[in-house]
Design a protein around this ligand. Structure first.
Ligand code: CP
Length: 307
C-alpha cells in the first residue's frame, strides 16, 4: 500500500489498514534482522536525526539501528549537546536541523504536542518518539505486533494496563490502538494514578488488581513516572505500592493461564513487577518487545521516507 502520511505523530490518525500494513512490514524486518544480511540499502542517501530531550535507551537506540539497517545516515543529538541549552527554542533547534536537508527528525520531548508543532513547519518527516504524557505511537505499534504474534488477533482480547496511567503516553497510545481493533482495555490504578480520559473508549478502571486481572489475555505493567510529578506528590511508600500494585505470581494467577506480560521499559524490578515474572519465559514478552522495537521503527522509516 502507499502510506499516505508524511509524519507519524500519533495513533489516532492511523487507519486499521495502515496499522496492519505497518505490522506486516515489521514482520518482514524481524526476519531480515534475524538473518546474517541485516543491512539493506533501502534508504541509502536519506538522513535521519534523533533529537531527544528526555532520557531513552530503547527508543533512541532502536531508531538509530533501524535507520542504519536501512542504509540511511543517522545523527543522534543528546539534549546536553543541543543549543537549547544556550537559550534556543525547541522550534528553532528543530527547524535549523530541518534546514540541513534531512529526511526525518525523530523527536522526544517532555511537553505534549512538541512533534506536532514542529510538523506544522518542517519539510522533513517528523516522528513522535514520545511527547510528555500524550503519545508514544511507535511503542503502541511494537506492543501490538507482539500481542498479534502471540494471540493471532487483537480483536476480542482483554488487556489490562496497570500502574501510573495518568502520566503515561504509552497507556494513551495503546488504549487508542487496541480499542480501534476491538480489544477491551481495562486500566488498573489507584485513584491518584487513574484518569477518566478513556471513559468514552469504554475503558473501565479497577482499583483492585485481582478484580482487574480476572481472565485477561495480557497485562501491560507501567513504571511510576516520578519525573512527571511534583516533589512529594507521590506520597505512598514503594513497599506499600508494590504490595497493592506490583505484579507477582499470586496476582497473575487470576489471569488466563497463557496471559502474556508486557512492559515498555525501563522496568523497576520489585516495584511494579517482581523480577521472577519480568524474566519468566512462560509469560514475559518484554525482550520480544525490544526486538520488535527495531523492526517496527524500520517499517515506519521505510514507509515515511520511501513515499
Ligand atoms: N519504552 C521506552 O520508551 O523506553 P526508553 O525510554 O528507554 O526509550
Amino acid at each position: 500500500m502507499t502510506f499516505p502520511h508524511r509524519h507519524l505523530l500519533d495513533i489516532e490518525r492511523l487507519s486499521l489498514a495502515e496499522i496492519n500494513a505497518i505490522l506486516d512490514l515489521t514482520e518482514r524486518y524481524i526476519e531480515q534482522n534475524r538473518s546474517p544480511n541485516r543491512k539493506s540499502t533501502k534508504l541509502e542517501g536519506k538522513t535521519v536525526i534523533n533529537l531527544f530531550f528526555e532520557p531513552s535507551t530503547r527508543t533512541r537506540t532502536s531508531f538509530e539501528i533501524a535507520a542504519k539497517r536501512l542504509g540511511a545516515d543517522v545523527v543522534s543529538i543528546p539534549v546536553e549537546h543541543s543549543s537549547t541549552r544556550k537559550g534556543e527554542t525547541l522550534l528553532d533547534t528543530a527547524l535549523n536541523l530541518d534546514a540541513m536537508h534531512i529526511d526525518a527528525l525523530v523527536i522526544r520531548h517532555p511537553e505534549n504536542g512538541t512533534p506536532h508543532l514542529v510538523a506544522t513547519q518542517a519539510k522533513a518527516s517528523i516522528v513522535n518518539a514520545g511527547d510528555g504524557t500524550n503519545e508514544h505511537p511507535t511503542q503502541a505499534l511494537l506492543d501490538a505486533f507482539v500481542l498479534r504474534k502471540h494471540k493471532k488477533s487483537l480483536k476480542g482480547l482483554t488487556v489490562a494496563i496497570c500502574g501510573d496511567i495518568s502520566h503515561s503516553r504509552v497507556a494513551r497510545s495503546n488504549i487508542c490502538l487496541l480499542t480501534k481493533f476491538g480489544a477491551t482495555v481495562r486500566t488498573i490504578a489507584p485513584p491518584y494514578f487513574a484518569t477518566k480520559n478513556y471513559d468514552n473508549l469504554g475503558v473501565t478502571n479497577f482499583e483492585d488488581m485481582k478484580e482487574g486481572l480476572q481472565g485477561v489475555d495480557a497485562v501491560m505493567m507501567l513504571r511510576i513516572q516520578h519525573e512527571r510529578m511534583a516533589e512529594g506528590e507521590f506520597a505512598v511508600s514503594l513497599k506499600d505500592y508494590h504490595q497493592r500494585y506490583g505484579l507477582d505470581a499470586k496476582k497473575l494467577a487470576v489471569a488466563k493461564p497463557d496471559a502474556v506480560i508486557l512492559h515498555p521499559g525501563p522496568v523497576n524490578h520489585g516495584v511494579e513487577i517482581v523480577s521472577a515474572l519480568a524474566d519468566d519465559p512462560r509469560h514475559s514478552v518484554i525482550r520480544e518487545q525490544v526486538e520488535a522495537g527495531v523492526a517496527v521503527r524500520m517499517a515506519i522509516l521505510d514507509l515515511l521516507l520511501s513515499r
